[in-house]
Design a protein around this ligand. Structure first.
Ligand code: ADP
Ligand code: MG
Length: 323
């Protein structure tokens, strides 16, 4: 459906997007994930036609759209800031694009009817955005994208203004809406949990470049770089240093066992379902090496208590020293 090749954008001397290449299949939900400032929004704006690339090519259904205007691309967009018209009623906000394009009235009604129940706005159509909650505003923005029946919907951190509970609800709402309608989506987020729980595939970016493209389980189970290993998963993967490699083990794969490598407890952080135990596996008189262990339930270890830690070889990740 969409193919991006070598997409590049510079601001002055700084290359903020550097040779981005990936594709989106029909009906696929692809997350563009990475830390703040890594070039996600700039990439999305180039796909939308709101920024001009310095190099690279964008193809939609086999057609080169790199130099088309945003209107000619016919993509739908949903942003963090909803971008609703405050003086228009919800119904007119949803239909704004269709009215502007002079789509026939009965066609507008057909599309409106099919979407309002999906997004749960049937009782709010006559209200103004100021009378709605943040979650409802985001639903209006989603409904507007859906009625556009665009080939591809671009979303830039659409949930980051919402509180944690609503964000969770909207995540599954967007995902199920996308699946029911068979929408193709590029979803920008800095939140790895969001990307992991929603996306079919994740394009992980770092410093304007692609770090790894994979399905969520691939990023979690087979990270190709230390960056990926530590960006996905919480707490991040432990990286232990030796002279000839860097050894990664996830906190949930380390057990506190009867036998194993000696360690000393530094502190315990109780989270409810589990406790994150910080332990020092360094030599008692040498340099400390702190690891995090995810311990099920409520761990009650005293600081400085001696423990043994153990992990299975199959849970080890090996990275080169110089990576
Ligand atoms: P993200 O969405 O991943 O947080 P952005 O794509 O917004 O990152 O920005 C990437 C980098 O480009 C940032 O360092 C940002 O400061 C810089 N940047 C974005 N827009 C401009 C601009 N118009 N002029 C100069 N630098 C910019
Ligand atoms: Mg951004």
């Amino acid at each position: 459906m969409l193919k991006v090749e070598g997409l590049t954008r510079r601001y002055g001397d700084i290359t903020v997007v550097d040779g981005l290449s990936f594709h989106v299949d029909e009906g696929e939900f692809v997350a563009l994930l990475g830390p703040s400032g890594c070039g996600k929004s700039t990439s999305l704006k180039m796909i939308a036609g709101l920024e001009t690339p310095d190099a690279g090519r964008i193809e939609l259904e086999g057609k080169d759209i790199t130099h088309l205007t945003p209107g000619q691309r016919k993509l739908a967009m949903v942003f963090q800031s909803y971008a609703l018209f405050p003086h228009l009623k919800v119904i007119d906000n949803i239909l704004f694009g269709l009215q502007a394009r002079k789509v026939a009235k009965d066609e507008q009604k057909r599309r409106l009817d099919s979407v309002v129940e999906l997004v749960g706005l049937q009782d709010h159509l006559q209200k103004k955005p100021g009378q709605l909650s943040g979650g409802q505003c985001q639903r209006v923005a989603l409904a507007r994208a859906v009625v556009a029946e665009a080939k591809l919907c671009l979303m830039d951190e659409p949930l980051s203004n919402l509180d944690a509970k609503l964000r969770n609800e909207m995540r599954s709402e967007i995902r199920s809406l996308q699946q029911r309608l068979g929408m193709s989506v590029i979803y920008v987020t800095h939140d790895q949990v969001e990307a992991m729980s929603m996306a079919d595939r994740i394009v992980l970016m770092n410093g304007g470049k692609i770090e790894q493209i994979d399905v969520p389980e691939g990023l979690y189970n087979k990270p190709q770089t230390v960056f990926t290993a530590q960006f996905i998963g919480s707490p991040p993967m432990n990286i232990m240093h030796s002279t000839n490699e860097r050894l990664g083990v996830r906190p949930e794969h380390i057990e506190i066992a009867e036998q194993g490598r000696p360690a000393r407890v530094v502190s315990c952080d109780y989270h409810g379902a589990d406790t994150v135990v910080l332990a020092d596996i360094g030599e008692p008189e040498g340099k400390s090496e702190i690891i995090k262990i995810r311990y099920p339930g409520h761990a009650m270890f005293a600081a400085q208590q001696s423990i043994s830690v153990h992990w299975r070889a199959e849970h080890e990740h090996h990275f080169p020293v110089n990576q």
